[in-house]
Ligand binder design. Sequence first.
Ligand SMILES: [Zn+2]
Length: 110
Amino acid sequence: MDVTTARERLEDMLAELDRSIGVLQGDPVAIREHSAADAGSDLTDADRTRAMLTVATTQRRAVIDAIKRLDEGSYGQCVDCRGQVPEGRLEARPEAARCVQCQGKRERRR
Ligand SMILES: [Zn+2]
């Protein structure tokens, strides 16, 4: 994947994530949370919204980091071992920062 395509896809993803985060932050379910906590009900929806917000925020950071790597010319390089991230992996996840091996190691450490 060439860097122009990668940048376009990342910028699309960023716009999409910004939109989702805005919607999630304005979610009436999330806002209702305070009163719901007192009533002891409806927490599941608020929890779900919060979980989605965490996922979206984490991914947004990954996308921004990937755009930064594009600017620095290190895009497509694994941030841990400096090896090449496989093309197919970048196609599927343009924001991927690590090769499959390093990502696997990192996830096992958690
Ligand atoms: Zn690696």
